[in-house]
Structure formats: structure tokens, C-alpha cells
Write a protein that binds this ligand. Structure first.
Ligand code: DC
Length: 235
């Protein structure tokens, strides 16, 4: 049995933070699968490909070709301690975090052949002593045999409110109604696509963080991990 913890859920539910905290506790590696889809979305746009909710076959084929040959690397930035993505040597850390990149990621992620093209690449992230994998289909498809599966969710309103606060704290202007609309559009697309839709794995531990802070979520998740993987010295 491989040491894999999957953390799936909709955007803004706190998966990234929980993934990082759990990986730090265990000394395990991280897969941010959303970053791969975001990089692909940015790469497709940079090539002038027209993305939408109804991508035509020709564009889908070109995005799939890009996905198969994506020259992407993740490197630790020793100054800020973050793992940053590089596309053909170019640092894309900032570009992939925009709302536009998130929407583009969600659009390319709905193409079945794109998901196939990225499957092996995601599985290759597994390394000893273990992997914490963050995404939408980590527990249902990519690592369906993982011994620990978490599904982290929260209401759309709550996720929009958190995002709003993050942007305001960064000094970036934000519009609550636009944020909520964007989150709802992404949820709808991710949940209703024909392949690997966003659903909890049948054997996932579901945590609704709507009325919990990050420490409360973390402690519930750690208790569950300790139960499933006893002896991992989490404390
Ligand atoms: O986790 P994120 O917000 O960075 O993901 C961006 C988009 O990528 C998300 O809206 C849907 C897609 N995605 C996916 O389809 N499957 C994954 N495992 C991860 C992300």
C-alpha cells in the first residue's frame, strides 16, 4: 500500500492550506494537481487557443497535444519557501493564480483527452515517504487506491467571503458578487463535466469547513489520518 493522502473539493475550500499543513506534519511530498491544469490553461491561452465552455474538437485536440508535451517543472523558491511552477523555463507562479487562469484551467480540465494526457504525470509525483495530493479527482481517479481520502467542502458563499477577505488583505480590490458568480460557475463546470466530475470518493472522509477555522479543520483531518495510518507520529 502506497502512502498517499488525497484531498479533494471545490475551489476555495482550504485544500491547499490543509495539504501543506498535513504534508509538513508528515514530511511527505505534495501534488498540487490544480496547478497543472492552470499551467495548461495559461499555455493554451498564450498560444492563442480560444477556450470556452463548449470547446470545439479542433481546439480540444490542440490543447491535448499541449498537455502531452507540456514542459513543466516545479522548483522550490528558497526565498519564500514556495514551490513554483515553470513552463519551458518561465516562472508562472503569479500568472496561474489569477481568476482567469482558474477558469481556463476548469475549461481545459473538462476535455476527457486532456485528463488522460495528465494522468501518468500526476501519478509520477508519488515518492517515498509519501504524497499528499490536492485536486478534484485525486481520490476517485488518479489515486483511487489511496488509503486516506479527504473531501473538503464549504458553501459557495463562505468560499467567496474568504476569497474576498484574502484579496482585501492583499490590498487588491474585490467585488463580492463577482467572486461568488465566478466560484459558482467553476463549481458547476467541475461538478457536471462528463469525466472525473467533482464528487467525494465513496470512501472519503467529508469535512464541511463552512463554520470551522483552519485549525479546527486540521485537527479533524489529523485525527482521521491517525486512525487510518496509525504510527505516523503526527504530533
Ligand atoms: O484547485 P485549483 O483551483 O487550482 O484548480 C483549478 C481548476 O483545475 C479547477 O477548477 C478544475 C481543474 N482541476 C481538475 O479538474 N482536476 C484536478 N485534479 C485539479 C484541478
Amino acid at each position: 500500500m502506497k502512502n498517499i493522502i488525497t484531498i479533494d473539493g471545490p475551489s476555495g475550500a482550504g485544500k491547499g492550506t490543509i495539504t501543506q499543513l498535513v504534508a509538513e506534519r508528515l514530511g511527505w511530498h505534495i501534488l498540487d494537481s490544480g496547478a497543472l491544469y492552470r499551467i495548461l490553461g495559461v499555455a493554451a491561452k498564450n498560444q492563442g487557443l480560444l477556450l470556452s465552455d463548449t470547446i470545439d474538437t479542433d481546439v480540444a485536440d490542440q490543447v491535448t497535444h499541449l498537455a502531452r508535451h507540456l514542459d513543466v517543472e516545479f522548483q522550490l523558491n528558497t526565498t519564500n519557501g514556495e514551490v513554483e511552477p515553470y513552463l519551458s523555463g518561465q516562472n508562472l507562479a503569479k500568472e496561474i493564480r489569477t481568476d482567469e487562469a482558474g477558469q481556463a484551467a476548469s475549461q481545459v480540465a473538462a476535455i476527457p483527452s486532456v485528463r488522460d494526457a495528465l494522468l501518468a504525470r500526476q501519478r509520477d509525483f508519488y515518492q517515498q515517504p509519501g504524497l499528499v495530493a490536492d485536486g478534484r479527482d485525486m481520490g476517485t481517479i488518479v489515486f483511487d487506491d489511496a488509503p486516506v481520502k479527504i473531501f473538503l467542502t464549504a458553501s459557495a458563499e463562505c468560499r467567496a467571503e474568504r476569497r474576498y477577505q484574502q484579496l482585501i488583505n492583499k490590498g487588491v480590490g474585490a467585488n463580492m458578487r463577482a467572486l461568488l458568480k465566478s466560484i459558482q460557475a467553476r463549481d458547476e463546470r467541475d461538478r457536471t463535466r462528463s469525466v472525473a466530475p467533482l464528487v467525494p470518493a465513496v470512501d472519503a472522509f467529508v469535512v464541511d469547513s463552512s463554520s470551522l477555522d483552519i485549525q479546527q479543520v486540521l485537527s479533524q483531518v489529523l485525527v482521521y489520518i491517525e486512525k487510518k495510518l496509525p504510527g505516523n507520529h503526527l504530533d
